[in-house]
Ligand binder design. Structure first.
Ligand SMILES: NC(=O)c1ccc[n+]([C@@H]2O[C@H](COP(=O)([O-])OP(=O)(O)OC[C@H]3O[C@@H](n4cnc5c(N)ncnc54)[C@H](O)[C@@H]3O)[C@@H](O)[C@H]2O)c1
Length: 115
């Protein structure tokens, strides 16, 4: 897929994977909407990577709140006229470690209602 001038929305953009993805998509010429709970971290990353204001926007939002998702999707369409690609990366690990040392129901599992 050619990414030049595509509109790419990345959630969890301020984290480790989000930052790597942001750099990769930016280097390929995409326009970026960067979403995270942490606006300070988004702005620091944007400055560090030298993201151009005409090609990127940062939005503080919580992807677990439907109205906030609707708002950043609408903002993206208003800004770039479309969304070509969602990089749905926001999230948090539960307790991690060697599986034989983990409790049967760690936070990750017990927080999922389907279990
Ligand atoms: N790093 C790994 O080895 C690994 C392995 C498997 C899965 N993952 C998943 O990949 C994703 C990114 O991992 P990472 O290592 O970059 O994590 P990270 O903690 O460095 O970054 C996650 C980012 O998501 C943001 N975030 C969390 N909840 C949010 C919410 N509700 N709304 C908006 N933003 C939110 C955080 O503020 C943070 O900036 C996560 O979903 C993680 O669970 C990571």
């Amino acid at each position: 897929m050619q990414l030049k001038d595509k509109a790419v929305l990345i959630t969890g953009a301020a984290g480790e994977i989000g930052k790597a993805a942001t750099k990769a998509f930016h280097d390929q010429g995409a326009n970026l909407v960067l979403v995270d709970l942490n606006k300070d971290a988004l702005e620091a990353m944007s400055a560090e990577l030298g993201l151009e204001p005409d090609r990127s926007v940062v939005i503080a939002a919580d992807v677990s709140k439907e109205t906030e998702v609707q708002n950043f999707v609408a903002s993206t369409k208003a800004r770039f006229g479309k969304i070509d690609l969602f990089f749905n990366n926001a999230g948090a690990e539960g307790k991690t470690g060697p599986c034989y040392k983990l409790p049967l129901h760690n936070n990750y599992i017990s927080n999922r209602k389907s279990f």
